[in-house]
Design a protein around this ligand. Structure first.
Ligand SMILES: *Cc1c(COP(=O)(O)O)cnc(C)c1O
Length: 471
C-alpha cells in the first residue's frame, strides 16, 4: 500500500510542467507569475494529500484547472453589485442610496484628476474643503453655515463633543435611541465626553422637565427625531419649535438630530410628510444634523447646519479632522445637492426618490410583463405568481409608512421552509445575486427597485435548475 502511494506520488506533475499547460498560460497572462505559481503549488499540495489517501494522481491539466478555479474565485470582489428586491429601498446592508448619474460622474472625475479640494482658484491661496458645499447647503436649508463629516453618527458625536464636553446634554427619555450598528445615544454621549441628563419618561416629556434640567452645567439640549420607531398612546413630546425659545432664554444651544432628514417635500412624490431640514432650521434649532445617504439620496455623509459661530466652533474641534470626507464624496455630494435646485426633475434624477415614487400599478405591470421570462428561467423549480406587497423606505425614515408595491412570488415545489431558503441561496449565487425576502410561504421579489430588467433576466437565466437540493 505504502509503496503504491509512493509510486503514484511520483506520477504527480511538477510545478513547471503544470505552468506549461494551456490553462496555466491563460492564468499566467491574467494573474501574473507569483499568484499563478502559488495557486499551482497549492493545488499540488491538495493533490498530494489526496494521493496519500488513495486517490489517483491528477495530470498537469487537472492541476492547472484546479489552480485556475482558485484564482478565478479569489479575483472576484467580495463587495459585489446585487439586485435589491427586498422591498426596502434604503437598505443599510445593501449600501443605502444609489447615486444620481451626475454624482457618479463627478466622483469618477475627482478620482481621476487632481482637484481644487482645498485650493482657491481665484486667489491661488489655500482654500477650504467645506467651501464646496457651504453655499449650496445654506441655499437649500436656510441655515447660516454648514459643514460635513463622515456620516450622521460622526456629526452627532462631533456636535456633542464640541458643545457638551464636560457639561450636560439634556435629552428626553423618549428619544434615547438605538439605530443599529451599535449607535446608542447614551454610549455616544459617554464617548463624546458629555454627561447624559435624561429627563421626562419614555412616553411623556413636558416643557417643565426641560426647564427644570437647564442650569449652569447645561451644554446643549438634544432633540432626536425618533426615526425608527414611534411611541403611540398616552404620550407627550416637546417639539423643537417649543424648545427653541426655552433654549434661547437659557443661552443653551438646541441641537436637532433629524436622522434621515430630507431637503425635498416628500408629499410632492406622494409620501407622508417627513420634516425637511429647512423646516427644522426655521423652527429655531441652533444646529441640525442629518445623513447624506438616506432620503437625501447621496453618498454616505453627515451634515451639520446652523448658526455660524457654532459651526465655527465645530470646525475648530481637532476631532473634525478625523471625521472629514474625501474629495470623491465631496464631488458626489456637491453634484447631488445641485439637483435639488430643480425640484421638478428631482424624482427623475435621484434614484432613491425615483424608486420611492413608483406607483403600485406600474410595478405590477412590470411584474406581469417579465413573468413569462422568469417562469422560463426557473424551469419549474418554483411556481411564480404576481402578488401585491408593501415596500418600506428603510434606514429609519417614515418607519410606519409602507408603499403599496408588487412582487414576483416564488413558491417552490417542495413546500418546506428548507426549500425556500435553498431557493433564496441559489438566487444569492447568481452572477449578479438577487436578494428578495421570505414571507407568507414564498420568496418575494419586490420589483420596486428593479430598473435593469434585462440584466435581471440574464442573471436569472444562469440559475442551475438541475440542482435538486432546491426541490
Ligand atoms: C440614521 C440615523 C443616525 C445615523 O446616521 P448615519 O448616517 O447612518 O451615521 C443618527 N440619528 C438618527 C436619528 C438616525 O436616524
Amino acid at each position: 500500500m505504502a509503496g503504491d502511494a509512493a509510486a503514484r506520488l511520483r506520477d504527480l506533475p511538477s510545478v513547471d510542467q503544470v505552468l506549461k499547460t494551456p490553462e496555466a498560460l491563460t492564468a499566467l497572462a491574467a494573474f501574473g507569475h507569483a499568484q499563478t505559481a502559488a495557486a499551482v503549488r497549492g493545488a499540488l499540495a491538495v493533490a498530494r494529500e489526496a494521493v496519500r489517501a488513495g486517490a489517483p494522481a491528477p495530470d498537469a491539466e487537472g492541476v492547472a484547472a484546479t489552480a485556475a478555479a482558485t484564482l478565478a474565485a479569489g479575483a472576484r470582489s467580495t463587495q459585489r453589485p446585487v439586485f435589491n428586491l427586498t422591498g426596502t429601498v434604503l437598505h443599510t446592508n445593501l449600501g443605502r442610496a444609489l447615486l444620481a448619474e451626475a454624482a457618479v460622474e463627478a466622483a469618477v472625475e475627482a478620482m481621476r484628476s487632481p482637484v481644487s479640494l482645498e485650493f482657491d482658484l481665484a486667489t491661488g491661496q489655500r482654500g477650504e474643503r467645506d467651501d464646496h458645499l457651504r453655499g449650496l447647503l445654506r441655499e437649500l436649508t436656510g441655515a447660516e453655515d454648514a459643514t460635513v463629516v463622515n456620516n450622521n453618527a460622526a456629526a452627532v458625536l462631533l456636535v456633542l463633543n464640541t458643545l457638551g464636553q464636560g457639561r450636560q446634554s439634556i435629552i428626553s427619555r423618549g428619544e434615547l435611541i438605538e439605530i443599529g450598528g451599535a449607535f446608542r445615544m447614551p454610549d455616544i454621549m459617554a464617548r463624546a465626553g458629555t454627561a447624559l441628563r435624561e429627563i421626562g419618561t419614555t412616553n411623556r416629556t413636558h416643557p417643565k422637565d426641560y426647564a427644570a434640567a437647564l442650569g449652569p452645567e447645561s451644554g446643549l439640549i438634544l432633540k432626536v427625531h425618533t426615526s425608527n420607531y414611534r411611541i403611540a398612546g398616552f404620550t407627550a413630546e416637546v417639539t423643537a419649535r417649543e424648545l427653541a425659545p426655552l433654549a434661547r432664554k437659557h443661552g443653551v444651544p438646541l441641537v436637532h438630530d433629524l436622522g434621515s432628514g430630507t431637503l425635498a417635500d416628500l408629499a410632492s412624490i406622494g409620501l407622508a410628510h417627513e420634516p425637511t431640514v429647512r423646516e427644522a432650521v426655521a423652527e429655531g434649532a441652533d444646529l441640525v444634523t442629518f445623513s447624506g445617504d438616506k432620503l437625501l439620496g447621496g453618498p454616505q455623509a453627515g451634515f451639520i447646519v446652523g448658526r455660524a459661530e457654532l459651526v465655527a466652533a465645530i470646525n475648530r474641534n481637532p476631532m473634525k479632522r478625523a471625521l472629514r470626507v474625501d474629495k470623491i464624496r465631496l464631488a458626489a455630494l456637491e453634484a447631488t445637492l445641485r439637483l435639488y435646485r430643480d425640484p421638478a426633475r428631482l424624482a427623475e434624477r435621484l434614484p432613491t426618490l425615483r424608486q420611492l415614487a413608483r406607483k403600485a400599478e406600474e410595478i405590477e405591470a412590470q411584474a406581469r410583463r417579465i413573468l413569462p421570462a422568469v417562469e422560463t428561467a426557473l424551469g419549474g423549480l418554483a411556481a411564480v405568481e404576481v402578488r401585491a406587497c408593501a415596500s418600506q423606505i428603510g434606514s429609519g425614515a417614515l418607519p410606519l409608512e409602507t408603499l403599496p408595491s408588487a412582487a414576483l412570488a416564488f413558491v417552490p415545489s417542495g413546500d418546506s421552509g428548507r426549500a425556500l431558503s435553498a431557493l433564496a441561496a441559489a438566487l444569492r449565487e447568481l452572477p449578479v445575486p438577487v436578494i428578495g425576502r421570505i414571507a407568507d410561504g414564498a420568496l418575494l421579489l419586490d420589483l420596486r427597485c428593479l430598473e435593469d430588467e434585462a440584466g435581471f433576466l440574464a442573471s436569472l437565466a444562469a440559475l442551475d435548475t438541475g440542482d435538486h437540493g432546491l426541490a
